[in-house]
Design a protein. Structure first.
Lengths: 300, 331
């Protein structure tokens, strides 16, 4: 919150549709300082992934832009490493080789031994050195995501972008990986932007939670500073008043202020959401419409 | 199989004899059913053949065909012996002339006996492989280009759609004339008929490989492409690390289709153009019109089928060797 590290200024994006351009995002302004952990939360389809993809350089903003350390982001690059939701490891490469590919393409000119040490170091960070020669199909979903994180970290990114990194994992594995992520963040101090649907995850991990309005023309609704001391312990926090207050704030935003009314026209054959009282958003519907989002933007 | 036996050797089957029996029983359907199918085919063939009388005599049954297969092998062995004898005589004659006149340059003449059934098989196999290789060398890169670049695809697609449905046999006269006109050399490394056949095979092997490669490449997981972008992989690394591995299954699907079609077309092309090979063997036997001809043609038919099958299995094992997904069921 002191030095300008990553800035999103007046970011907006239009996707062309047969009926004319569709404004998915508008006037997104955000300043992130070095080492900060920021979560993006919002209903599915509100453009969270689009924001992340713009920062990653995978999408080009129609208006405004992203500035990282004084330079405008124009294309994807390893200094903005992405951890994808479905791990996106190359299925034909072993755990070690997957990380090696990242290291080889970002650390040209290093000696073989240096590279090997660096690969091993990053796999140690995520506790995956026991499965170096396993193919992604031979390890569990949580392990794949660990390797995905190791691959991203191995690029020595200035900003780590995580697109619902734990969304596809079961609750126990997710908790485990959240703890690992907190440790790594404490160790390395990377700047992190993470998309999540999980209110607890957002409050537990973040320094700030960016809550987004519903689209079309989505933008930032509210920003919540989380001033819980680190290191944070999920068990201790369960009864913490402040923690529960933050949770309540996010839930209120999501279910009261931005209550999503699904109309028949927007989503055929689906009743309006009734999960007002549930503590976590319904995952399946969220996942499927994220996918739709991705397709829409791919077509662009 | 070994897994199954270990399971069966668990306490449930105490004695060895018992386990052997149950093993036999377990594996019976897998072994027996194809045999039953084959026997039924032979029985029907035998029955139907007896009731068909052609101008060349009765349609051959399995027994006559088996007999002719033996005869073809004998003929081949006899021809080989003749060839060996010819070369021995030639060598002896040359040696004698050199002994008389040291300045004499001995002439080596090729044995000119008619090619046997097995010579024709070899010619066909060789031709189809060359034609298939030429087609693959062209089709895979062009397919990758079409898969990677939408503009390249849009430009090439009309040509693919136009030429794909054309029977290569329609090309045959054109190919023959072009080869005759352009392939002129005093000492040709390959005969013209070989070049014509191989080229015709190539023309029809192109399309399945090209289309399947293009589809395979264009269907690469978007996330993997994003990974490549984030890593800023060089175009070459993108090709070798991402594009090729993920499209290998589709490329091989195309290659196997191509080889199968190429083998079918080659036989037809050889028959039509009188180019050496199995097709010519079939045509010659048909023109020959002896009472054994039909049985000999039937031997050729079965051989063509068997070779087609072996070629496909060969491609399948190459695919298994180069494919990263060893668990996928390949048929």
């Amino acid at each position: 919150m002191h030095t300008k590290h990553l800035e999103l200024e007046q970011v907006g994006i239009d996707f062309p549709t047969p009926k004319g351009p569709f404004t998915a995002l508008q006037d997104v302004n955000l300043k992130i300082s070095k080492g900060e952990f920021v979560s993006l939360i919002g209903h599915s389809g509100c453009g969270k992934s689009t924001v992340l993809n713009i920062v990653a350089g995978l999408h080009q903003a129609t208006t405004g832009g992203v500035i990282l350390d004084g330079a405008e982001v124009k294309q994807p690059g390893p200094e903005r490493a992405v951890v994808f939701q479905n791990h996106s490891l190359l299925p034909w490469l072993t755990v070690y080789k997957n990380v090696e590919l990242a290291v080889k393409s970002t650390m040209r000119g290093k000696s073989k031994n240096e590279m090997r040490d660096w690969i091993m170091h990053n796999l140690e960070l995520v506790h995956m050195t026991h499965a170096l020669d396993k193919l992604p199909s031979e390890i569990s979903g949580g392990m794949k995501q660990r390797v995905g994180i190791a691959r991203a970290l191995a690029m020595e990114p200035k900003v780590l972008l995580m697109d619902e990194p734990f969304g596809a994992l079961d609750a126990l594995t997710r908790a485990h990986l959240q703890d690992s992520l907190m440790e790594i963040h404490a160790d390395l101090g990377n700047t992190v932007i993470m998309i999540t649907h999980d209110v607890d995850e957002a409050v537990l991990l973040s320094d700030r939670i960016v809550m987004m309005n519903n689209g079309p023309a989505a933008t930032i609704g509210e920003i919540l500073d989380i001033e819980l001391p680190r290191p944070r312990d999920r068990l201790a926090l369960a009864d913490n008043k402040q923690y529960n207050h933050y949770r309540h704030e996010v839930l209120t935003f999501l279910y009261d202020k931005q209550k999503k009314v699904e109309t028949v026209s927007s989503r055929a054959n689906q009743a309006p959401t009734t999960n007002k009282h549930s503590q976590q958003l319904a995952k399946p519907s969220g996942v499927s419409s994220e996918k739709k989002d991705a397709k829409k933007s791919d077509a662009a | 199989m070994s897994k199954m036996t270990t399971i069966l050797r668990l306490p449930s089957s105490p004695s060895n004899a018992n386990s052997l029996l149950s093993r036999l029983y377990q594996s019976t359907p897998a072994l027996l059913l194809p045999v039953i199918g084959l026997l039924m085919f032979l029985a029907i063939w035998n029955g139907v053949a007896k009731s068909i009388d052609t101008s060349l005599g009765q349609f051959p049954g399995p027994a006559q065909v088996f007999e002719q297969a033996g005869a073809l092998i004998d003929e081949h062995i006899a021809q080989r012996e003749k060839a060996d004898a010819f070369y021995q005589r030639q060598e002896a004659r040359n040696a004698a002339r050199v002994a008389q006149d040291p300045t004499y340059q001995p002439k080596i003449r090729e044995f000119t006996g008619a090619p046997t059934f097995f010579d024709q098989i070899w010619t066909s196999l060789y031709t189809v492989m060359v034609g298939f290789l030429i087609a693959s060398v062209v089709a895979v890169p062009v397919g990758i280009l079409c898969g990677l670049s939408k503009s390249a695809y849009t430009a090439i697609n009309p040509l693919i759609q136009l030429f794909k449905p054309v029977s290569p046999l329609a090309w045959l006269p054109l190919v023959t004339m072009v080869v005759s006109a352009l392939y002129v050399s005093d000492e040709p490394a390959f005969s013209k008929s070989f070049v014509t056949s191989a080229f015709t095979v190539s023309l029809c092997c192109l399309w399945p490989t090209l289309i399947n490669t293009a589809v395979g490449v264009s269907n690469i997981d978007k996330d993997l492409i994003n990974v490549s972008k984030v890593l800023r992989l060089t175009p070459f690394a993108h090709l070798t690390k991402i594009v090729l591995p993920s499209s290998i299954p589709m490329i091989f699907t195309g290659l196997r289709l191509s080889l199968g079609i190429g083998w079918m077309v080659l036989i037809a092309a050889e028959m039509l153009a009188q180019n050496p090979g199995l097709g010519k063997f079939v045509w010659d036997e048909f023109q020959n019109g002896s009472s054994e001809s039909l049985a000999r043609i039937m031997v050729a038919v079965l051989t063509i089928g068997a070779i087609g099958f072996v070629l496909d299995r060969l491609m399948l094992s190459i695919q298994r060797a180069v494919s990263w997904d060893k668990s996928s069921v390949l048929r």
